[in-house]
Design a binder for this molecule. Structure first.
Ligand code: UD1
Length: 440
C-alpha cells in the first residue's frame, strides 16, 4: 500500500496536470540545494527487484511521477509496496510477484516500463507488455532490446501494440551481444536478463552511464557477477538466484546540471553539497568555457558555482556518457540564448529532441534549426511568453529561460516537470526564483 500522505500528494499532482507554471524574472538565484535520488537509476533498480523474491529497501527515492508509475506497475505484477515519500524510503516485497503481464495503461505512461521485460523473462520465462510510452522526443524503438533477448532465446509475438515474449527452452542462454549503439535501456535489460542466465553474457558497446553503474552495484549486492571491461564491454556471469537488497539511490546528476543552469542564466551562485562533479566533467567544462567559475570538492563530490558577468556562448554536441548528456541539451540551450556570441548545438542521441526551440523562439530567442543541429545567436533579452512543455527536459529549459526573461512566462505541460523532477519549482523558489503554480 502507498502511504496516505503519498496518496494525497499524488492526487494533488494529478489535479495540477491541467495547470500552469508561472515564472517571473528572478535574477541572481543564490543558495544551497540538496539533490534527489536519480530518476534514471531508481526506475531500473525498481525493475531489477523482480529478479529477487523478498523485501528490499531503496532510500533517497525521488517522489517524481515516473516513480509512482513504476510503483503502480510493480503492484500490478503482485509486489507489495510501501512508499514513505517524506523520507524517500521505498520498501518493495517481491514474494507475491506472479503475474508477467503489464497493462497498456501503465506501459504507455513511462518508457522505462520496458525494463521489466528482461527481469520477467529471466525469472519467469515469459512477459507480456504493451509498447512503451514516455516523452515524444523521437521514434524511441525497442529493437535493440528485442534483438538481444531473441539471441538469448526469447521469441516475440507482436499483436498491434502488444508484445508477448516467451523463452524457447528451459531458460535463457548466455550470448555475445554487440549493440550497434550504446543504448542505456537495452544495456540494462540485457544485464538484468543475463544475471540469472547460466554462462557468461558479453555486452559489447554497452552504455556505461552512471545510472547503469548504479544498477550494476545493486545487482552485485543481490549476488550477481557483473564486470565492466574497458572501453565498454559488460560481462555478466549468471547465477542461480539473487537475494533482496538495501540500496541508497545515487544523487541525480541531471537535476544538479539543471539547477546549475538556473544559477548560470540568472547570474547567480549555488552550492550543491552532494553534487557529483566527477560524473559531469564535460558539462562542467562547457560552463567553465562560458566564463563561469566552478569548484569541485575533494573526490569529485560537491560543486560550488558562481556565474560570469558576461558569459560567452559555447558549442557542444550530445553524446553517450561520458560525453555531454542529451538530458541537459535543452536547459543548456536556454542558457546559450542569452550568452555572448553564437552556439552550435548538435543533438546526436535523439532525432527529434529540439521541440523546445519553437517555445524559446516565442520568448525572443534567435535559433535556426537544420536537421538535428541548432544555431543559437545570443540576444540581449528574452521576454516572458505563454509556452508549452513537450517533455521533461524541455520543461526544465523553459522554466530556466523564464527565470531570466523580462516579464511573466506561463508554461503548460506541468506534468512533464512532475514526471522527472522532485519539486524542481519548489527548489528554485528557495533559491529566490519567483515561480508559482496557477491551478485555475
Ligand atoms: C535513457 C534515459 C533518458 C536518456 C537516454 C539517453 C532512463 C529512464 N531514461 O533512455 O533520460 O535521455 O537514456 O541517455 O534511463 N534506440 C534504438 N533502439 C532501441 C533502443 C534505443 O534505436 O532498441 C535509440 C533511441 O531511439 C535513441 C537512442 O537509441 O535515439 C538512445 O536511447 P537509449 O539510450 O535506449 O535511451 P533510453 O534508455 O530510452
Amino acid at each position: 500500500l502507498l502511504s496516505k500522505k503519498h496518496f494525497c500528494k499524488h492526487f494533488l499532482k494529478v489535479i495540477m496536470n491541467g495547470s500552469k507554471v508561472l515564472i517571473e524574472q528572478s535574477l541572481g538565484l543564490q543558495g544551497e540545494v540538496t539533490l534527489a535520488g536519480a530518476k534514471n537509476a531508481v526506475l531500473v533498480i525498481m525493475a531489477s527487484l523482480i529478479l529477487t523474491s523478498g523485501k528490499s529497501r531503496l532510500t533517497s527515492v525521488p517522489s517524481s511521477d515516473d516513480v509512482f508509475q513504476m510503483v503502480a506497475l510493480l503492484q500490478e505484477l503482485g509486489a507489495d509496496i510501501h512508499f514513505d515519500t517524506v523520507n524517500g524510503i521505498l520498501d518493495i516485497d517481491t514474494r507475491n510477484v506472479t503475474s508477467c503481464t503489464v497493462s497498456a495503461e501503465i506501459m504507455r505512461k513511462i518508457r522505462a516500463s520496458i525494463l521489466v521485460m528482461g527481469p520477467l523473462l529471466a525469472r519467469f520465462g515469459r512477459a507480456a507488455v504493451a509498447l512503451p510510452g514516455g516523452d515524444m522526443i523521437g521514434m524511441r524503438p525497442i529493437d535493440f532490446h528485442m534483438r538481444a533477448l531473441h539471441l538469448m532465446g526469447a521469441d516475440f509475438e507482436i499483436i498491434g501494440d502488444f508484445i508477448s515474449a516467451r523463452v524457447r527452452k528451459a531458460s535463457l542462454e548466455a550470448q555475445r551481444i554487440v549493440l550497434s549503439y550504446p543504448s542505456v535501456g537495452a544495456t540494462e535489460n540485457i544485464i538484468m536478463a543475463a544475471a540469472l542466465t547460466k554462462g557468461a553474457t558479453h555486452i559489447v558497446n554497452a552504455a556505461i552511464e552512471p545510472e547503469v553503474v548504479d544498477l550494476i552495484i545493486v545487482l552485485r549486492k543481490m549476488g550477481a557477477q557483473v564486470t565492466i571491461i574497458a572501453p565498454a564491454t559488460i560481462v555478466v556471469e549468471g547465477v542461480t538466484s539473487l537475494h533482496p537488497i538495501e540500496h541508497e539511490i545515487m544523487p541525480d546528476r541531471l537535476e544538479a546540471g539543471t539547477l546549475l543552469l538556473a544559477a548560470a542564466i540568472t547570474g547567480g551562485s549555488l552550492h550543491i553539497r552532494q553534487g557529483p562533479g566527477f560524473l559531469l566533467d564535460v558539462f562542467l567544462e562547457a560552463l567553465v568555457d562560458m566564463g563561469h567559475t566552478i569548484e569541485v570538492g575533494a573526490n569529485g563530490i560537491g560543486i560550488t558555482f558562481s556565474a560570469a558577468k558576461n558569459p560567452r556562448a559555447v558549442s557542444f554536441r550530445t553524446m553517450p556518457y561520458p560525453g555531454f548528456p542529451t538530458d541537459l541539451q535543452a536547459p543548456m540551450m536556454a542558457v546559450q540564448c542569452l550568452a555572448d556570441g553564437e552556439s552550435i548545438i548538435q543533438e546526436t542521441v535523439y532525432e527529434n529532441r529540439l521541440l523546445h526551440v519553437r517555445e524559446l523562439q516565442k520568448m525572443g530567442a534567435q535559433i535556426n534549426v537544420e536537421g538535428a543541429k541548432a544555431v543559437v545567436k545570443g540576444v540581449e533579452e528574452l521576454y516572458g511568453a505563454p509556452v508549452i512543455a513537450t517533455d521533461i527536459r524541455a520543461s526544465a529549459a523553459l522554466i530556466i529561460a523564464g527565470l531570466a526573461a523580462r516579464g511573466k512566462t506561463s508554461m503548460t505541460g506541468v506534468h512533464h516537470v512532475l514526471r522527472g523532477y522532485q519539486e524542481l519549482p519548489e527548489k528554485l523558489v528557495k533559491l529566490g526564483g519567483k515561480i508559482t503554480i496557477d491551478q485555475t
